[in-house]
Design a protein around this ligand. Structure first.
Ligand SMILES: [Zn+2]
Length: 90
């Protein structure tokens, strides 16, 4: 490195003084779960006391999708056996 480009410890520290990360701001939902502020709760789907996400429908849809993907993978022969614990959990 050329002497002209050299930075002393003070300059490095000054630059790095802006590198700190801020912690994620969470608030407690009325259902008791922690959620991000100004976001709908992923557990109960509520925002400002109003249901905005149908959590049950989303879960069933997701389960159906994973099932279908596993089926497709099985048919194409990419995986030979599916884990029973994964399918029973969802
Ligand atoms: Zn909630």
């Amino acid at each position: 490195m050329v002497v002209r480009m050299r930075r002393n410890r003070s300059e490095t520290a000054k630059r790095r003084s802006h590198h700190a990360l801020t912690p994620v701001q969470t608030t407690k939902c009325e259902c008791g779960a922690l959620r991000l502020s100004h976001r709908a709760c992923p557990d109960c789907g509520k925002y400002k006391g109003r249901v905005v996400i149908d959590v049950v429908a989303r879960a069933t849809r997701e389960a159906r999708r994973t099932k279908r993907r596993e089926k497709e993978l099985k048919e194409s022969g990419q995986i030979t056996e599916t884990k029973e614990t994964e399918t029973s959990k969802t």
